[in-house]
Design a binder for this molecule. Structure first.
Ligand SMILES: CC(C)(COP(=O)(O)OP(=O)(O)OC[C@H]1O[C@@H](n2cnc3c(N)ncnc32)[C@H](O)[C@@H]1OP(=O)(O)O)[C@@H](O)C(=O)NCCC(=O)NCCS
Length: 199
């Protein structure tokens, strides 16, 4: 198995780089909030030890062929404001997942980070399929998905078992390599003007 190396990525307003153990304080700042983790399927962190465990687990996943977790750094404030990753990676496919500190919501920042990660997924990981899933009530996530031009595929009923025992439907979308390389995703060309990827 080849161990993947996460690239260093810069967009107009963000830096994406591999998560580090020393990022725990910044991650805990939003991971403890009640309106963040549950929307993505995980329980808010009660203590910083849980954040340390989460970061260790994310770093360890690269030992098992996963690309790993990007920290999202806001250039203007030099602050870690969220994370983004391609998880459930299997050489030809993966699923994009992300989370952002609420102080930075609604500025287009996850859309910007996701565009960079989609380009990385399609052009460096050579994915044939990138999935995107959200719960029914996650309006922001649905909107991000529309802006990224994912194609709606369907509702996977009772797909997700939440930490509190609730079973939820997953609304599922994808971008496939044919969409991407046949120029069906309209933002790619212009976004690349402000993109730097060091691999
Ligand atoms: C989902 C999340 C990452 C979005 O990050 P973000 O940087 O705020 O996203 P963007 O700014 O790129 O886009 C958000 C869009 O939702 C829209 N939006 C926000 N609240 C809304 C509401 N109540 N109703 C309708 N639209 C809403 C915004 O207006 C924006 O759309 P626009 O650019 O057309 O105006 C962030 O809300 C988050 O971290 N949520 C908790 C974790 C989570 O849900 N992760 C994803 C799991 S699938």
């Amino acid at each position: 198995m080849i161990k993947l190396i996460l690239p260093y990525i810069e967009t107009k307003r963000l830096i994406l780089r591999a998560i580090k153990r020393s990022d725990a304080t910044d991650v805990f700042e939003y991971a403890k909030l009640p309106n963040v983790g549950p929307k993505a399927g995980w329980e808010p962190h009660k203590q910083i030890e849980e954040t340390h465990e989460f970061i260790n687990y994310s770093i360890k996943k690269t030992d098992f062929g996963q690309p790993g977790l990007f920290a999202i750094i806001h250039k203007a404030s030099s602050k870690l404001i969220g994370t983004i990753e391609i998880h459930s990676y299997k050489e030809y496919k993966g699923e994009i997942g992300f989370v952002l500190h609420p102080k930075f919501w609604n500025q287009g920042l996850i859309t910007e980070a996701s565009k960079a990660v989609i380009i990385y997924g399609m052009e460096i990981l050579n994915l044939r399929r990138l999935e995107y899933c959200h719960f029914d009530d996650n309006i922001q996530s649905k909107r991000v998905c529309e802006k990224l031009e994912f194609t709606f595929e369907g509702i996977l009923r009772n797909k997700y078992l939440l930490y509190d025992g609730t079973v939820l439907d997953d609304i599922t979308y994808s971008i496939i390599s044919e969409d991407y390389f046949n120029n069906k995703i309209s933002w790619v060309k212009s976004f690349k003007k402000d993109l730097f990827i060091d691999y």
